[in-house]
Design a protein around this ligand. Structure first.
Ligand code: NAP
Length: 254
């Protein structure tokens, strides 16, 4: 991503969860290229190390911490290490989600329901509880939801419902955290990442999705990073409680 970009995050500190590949990595890269000190994380040390090396090679100030978002100790450690290293938090991008491949909702096991709620909704809240004391005046929180939040598709039904919950969480926390912190949400369309590979690697499914967009293409991680950094930046300083759909015109809204 070498297009002309600004330096909107000079002097800012940004945490992005689940950010060693895919959309999270793209967001971390864009924040870093715009001047932020970026804290990236995911479950596996090897992935963290590789992503840190890639971002450093682009001249980005980056720090990597292992954090499985379901692990309370690792969430606390993520915040503590960030404060030890950079002393404050300006941006939190909550991007982690559990794999969407699930059964029909009425056939989904309780353990799977619990996992989807936990990773997709509850841990986003718990991480913010840990981060809140360190959020600066003018800080910004972004949840990564999904186009599936608006119309949960068959077989991804419960995943979609957890993503719908993030739209409500965005509204509720925007009120709770104003005026210090803005809280917004990005709802990506389909992006060919590892996560979405079970759909986007299937030629027929991919074509069907492309045709549902108005541009006849899938989204890119850069598309998601551009929208997320806009909402995180002072360019969006009068925007809070909103969800930006970034889905090439695919039908959305409840
Ligand atoms: P991805 O390319 O598969 O990347 C997932 C990242 O998350 C990896 O860095 C992975 O690294 C990390 N991760 C997975 N589980 C984690 C956990 N429990 N705790 C911490 N890190 C974890 O996925 P993606 O497509 O970019 O998805 C990112 C977000 O976008 C998700 O919230 C997803 O729901 C949303 N989204 C994606 C699409 C799409 O089409 N791709 C569409 C709409 C919304 P490790 O393996 O090292 O943990």
């Amino acid at each position: 991503m070498e297009q002309k970009i600004g330096r909107r995050f000079e002097g800012k500190v940004a945490i992005v969860t689940a950010s060693t590949q895919g959309i999270g990595f793209g967001i971390a890269e864009r924040l870093g290229l715009e001047g932020a000190s970026v804290v990236i994380s995911s479950r596996k040390q090897k992935n963290v190390d590789e992503a840190v090396a890639k971002l450093k090679a682009k001249g980005i100030e980056v720090f990597g911490v292992v954090c499985h978002v379901s692990n309370a100790q690792q969430r606390k450690n993520l915040i503590e290490k960030t404060i030890e290293k950079y002393g404050k938090i300006d941006v939190v991008v909550s991007n982690a989600a559990a794999n969407p491949l699930t059964d029909n909702i009425l056939e989904t096991k309780e353990s799977v329901l619990d996992k989807l709620w936990e990773i997709n909704v509850k841990t986003a809240i718990l991480l913010l509880q840990d981060a809140a004391p360190h959020l600066q005046n003018g800080s910004s929180v972004i949840f990564i939801s999904s186009i599936a939040a608006f119309q949960p598709a068959a077989s991804m039904g419960m995943y979609g419902v957890t993503k719908t919950a993030l739209l409500g969480l965005t509204k509720a926390l925007a009120a709770e955290m104003a005026p210090n912190t803005r809280v917004n949400c990005v709802a990506p369309g389909f992006v060919p990442t590892h996560f979405a590979g079970f759909i986007t690697n299937d030629e027929v499914a991919r074509k069907a999705i492309e045709e549902r967009t108005l541009f006849n293409r899938l989204g890119t991680t850069d598309d998601m990073a551009a929208a997320t950094t806009f909402l995180a930046s002072d360019d969006a300083s009068y925007i809070t409680g909103e969800t930006l759909v970034v889905a090439g015109g695919m039908p959305s809204r409840l």
